[in-house]
Design a protein around this ligand. Structure first.
Ligand SMILES: [Zn+2]
Ligand SMILES: [Zn+2]
Length: 136
């Protein structure tokens, strides 16, 4: 079990399993919601991510409910309800717990990040995508 903790430490999530996948997402929804070029997330089965204290506020930009701390405003997780997963903010995890495996939604990237990881145009086939890759 690991804990995801917000900036002011009032919200604590307990995570009771290994991540299914850890990614950088470059989609427009993430860009607009976070005011960032891309978002770093660690994804778990929804039931494995439990809020044990603090207060969360939900907001929805396009479709995805995003939960943030009511006190400090830090984004904690997004609810991927159609596939019953929760996408936890990588920066809320303990140091070293985020080991990104690949990039997704690179077709929308505004700031391509040229690293050694795979850069999927949308999603890998194992996540319902086409496996198409970007050049960078
Ligand atoms: Zn907080
Ligand atoms: Zn995204």
């Amino acid at each position: 079990m690991i804990k995801a903790v917000c900036h002011c430490q009032s919200v604590v999530l307990e995570i009771h399993t290994e991540s299914l996948v850890q990614v950088h997402c470059h989609c427009k929804d993430c860009q607009r919601a976070h005011g960032a070029a891309y978002v770093s997330s660690s994804i778990y089965p929804a039931a494995a991510v439990r809020q044990i204290c603090g207060e969360l506020v939900e907001f929805i930009l396009e479709r995805t409910p995003r939960l943030r701390c009511a006190q400090c405003g830090m984004h904690m997780y997004s609810e991927l309800s159609a596939i019953n997963l929760r996408s936890v903010n990588a920066y809320a995890l303990p140091d070293g717990a985020f080991q990104p495996q690949f990039h997704v939604q690179c077709q929308d990237a505004v700031h391509p990040l040229a690293d050694q990881l795979p850069h999927y145009k949308a999603f890998p086939a194992s996540f319902g995508g086409s496996d198409e890759m970007m050049e960078w």
